[in-house]
Design a protein around this ligand. Structure first.
Ligand code: FPP
Length: 247
């Protein structure tokens, strides 16, 4: 497909997941401290959320803060939390204007009180929006989610509410915090790193991965379009042969 050809609206993913990476390196290139990169990353968040909504994508999950990110220097963690509070407060109006519903996955009890409050308010204010759902993965890691699901399932079995034989893929999915969303068909990671970093390990089992060298603060709608064109060029076989798919 040529770079000028448009994306096919009938063949778009329903759900895109993004690992927003490269903020620190972007800042370093400008001779600035890391938080400067995070601040500029907010513009990319806005552009991509708007772009996805305009294109008709129904779900967008952004990896905003991982469980492992708590190990970063305290100054950076505090600055990131402050930025989250400020961004959620400032962007709620844009979410409303675009009829975007905000949701969050992750261990929210670990977030600072003001961050939890701001998030709860924005989630409540946008709950009836139906154009797109924007899911922020905050204090999230997939192993954390799977571990909790396993514990809950084991508990149900112990109480005699569930037979071990009844545990299947759908049941496990129903115990994950992502239970209300379809699995992402496309996962984008910026900044040239090619890792999954404890993100949606169960849900991305059959997703197409798209890696770009663009650093997150520079990621714009045209980069999203490039990723979608590449996605539309892939043949999704789900373990079958090419002949079975095209038949
Ligand atoms: C990864 O870059 C980025 C993060 C850990 C934070 C992402 C946060 C934002 C884009 C800002 C706010 C987001 C929302 C949703 C309001 P990095 O710091 O690991 O970069 P590096 O790999 O170059 O060091």
């Amino acid at each position: 497909m040529s770079s000028t050809s448009p994306v096919k609206p009938e063949h778009l993913p329903q759900h895109i997941a993004v690992i927003m990476d490269g903020n620190g390196r972007w800042a370093k290139k400008q001779g600035k401290i890391r938080i400067f990169g995070h601040q500029h990353g907010v513009r990319a968040v806005r552009e991509i959320a708007e772009g996805c909504a305009e294109l008709g994508i129904k779900y967008l999950t952004l990896y905003a803060f991982s469980t492992e990110n708590w190990n970063r220097p305290k100054f950076e963690v505090n600055a990131l939390m402050g930025l989250l509070v400020k961004t959620i407060r400032q962007e709620t109006e844009t979410l409303q204007k675009n009829s975007i519903r905000l949701e969050a996955i992750g261990d929210r009890s670990h977030l600072p009180q003001d961050c939890q409050r701001e998030l709860d308010e924005a989630i409540e204010a946008t709950r009836s929006n139906d154009r797109m759902t924007l899911i922020l993965a905050l204090s999230y890691s997939s192993k954390w989610d799977i571990l909790n699901a396993v514990r809950s399932i084991a508990h149900e079995v112990k109480l005699g509410k569930l037979e071990p034989e009844a545990i299947d893929e759908d049941l496990i999915s129903s115990f994950l915090t992502t239970r209300d969303y379809p699995n992402p068909e496309l996962m984008i990671r910026t900044s040239g790193e090619q890792r999954i970093s404890n993100f949606l390990l169960w849900e991305l089992a059959y997703s197409e991965f798209y890696f770009t060298d663009v650093l997150w603060p520079d990621f714009r709608k045209e980069h999203l379009i490039e990723a979608l064109k590449e996605y539309q060029n892939r043949e999704r076989r789900f373990g079958k042969t090419s002949e079975q798919i095209t038949k």
